[in-house]
Design a protein around this ligand. Sequence first.
Ligand code: CMC
Length: 391
Amino acid sequence: NGVITIDPGFKNTGSCVSEITFLEGEKGILRYRGYSIEELAEKADFLEVAYLLIFGELPTEEELEKFHADIKKNSVVDDDVKKILDAFPKAAHPMGVLSSLTSALTAFNPGSVDVSSEEAMYNAIVRIMGQFPVLVSWTMRKKQGLPLDYGDNSLGYVENVLKMMFKQPNEEYKLNPILVEALDKLLILHGDHEQNCSTSTVRVVGSSHAGLFASLSAGISALWGPLHGGANQAVLEMLEAIKEDGGDTKKYMAKAKDKNDPFRLMGFGHRVYKNFDPRAKIIKVAADEVLADLGVNDPILEIAKGLEQEALTDEYFVSRKLYPNVDFYSGIIYRAMGIPVEMFTVMFALGRLPGWIAQWREMRLRKEPIGRPRQIYIGATERAFVPVENR
Ligand code: CMC
């Protein structure tokens, strides 16, 4: 009807219909394809969940085996990608590197842009599922000056990720089942979260029929920001700063409430959850377990628990329904696993990959139109051009 309503941040704007993820923020419910996140985190493994998200059903044993075999077959990243990686300064943030390399994969796999059949789409999907973990491990190894390597195809998907990240030269890598289980769970919990900033980005970029890898690269950039996936890095840096500052959580609570102070309590609040983030509940328990299993006594965990207790009873946080979100405890687990802080958001991207792919595939299969919001123009009205010498 020509009437444009403005909704900054799309707080009340639906952009699509979707069959992938159900989220009821008021009740703290999250389900992938109808299965509760609690049940999936406890009983499924990440690759099964990836299949479920992307194709809509839990795989049979045979389907899962084929999916994994196809991923492994496609996991070799072109050696020339290493040259691109080499050209980045060592200090580069791994999220920027990951986004660039993911985009670069299009150049090395030009066929991936053709998604005119379900088969072509499948080929692009198994290729990125195979190559993305290699890029993830390379971004970390580059920073640490370790030789780059490809995976070990005899291992499970998540086991392989850990080995690719942590294997030291001339040493055998021994997998720790506690770490495998913890990472598996973390990746499942990050698998999808309906139309968040990065996912909407993937859908919008993909809606122009840019290829899958270019759309994912845009999603990685969106995830990087501290208000989105970058919050997991920001949380840990905040907890460390509080520790360095003598552990005075009350001081930081006051800063977070002060409207003249830009500081926000990182890892708190969510656009959709106005109740406990169900993922945070599971991660909190997992953090306790992992730290106990590994025998790590991390003072940062105590600061986190202290902050949470204070926030849950604080009028400012209670009235605004600000609860800990998924990122509040994930960093504590990553840290215990030996993953550097700058890699935390990369780990989020690894978990979110199947969700992005599922959302992109759904958008393409539904033949959605190009994403193109409108605006209300508030600039100058028509003016006559003034030559530079007369200005
Ligand atoms: N600390 C202090 N005050 C906060 C916080 C916080 N973490 N989050 C929201 N508020 C206040 C905000 O100042 C506003 O107050 P008022 O009504 O007095 O102006 C009110 O709560 C509503 O906040 P909002 O910014 O309008 O809410 P939003 O839906 O636009 O933002 C958010 C959601 C997640 C960006 C925000 O809560 C935030 O910045 N949190 C910290 C960053 C973070 O943890 N992000 C990770 C999100 S979960 C992972 C993911 O899915 O990306």
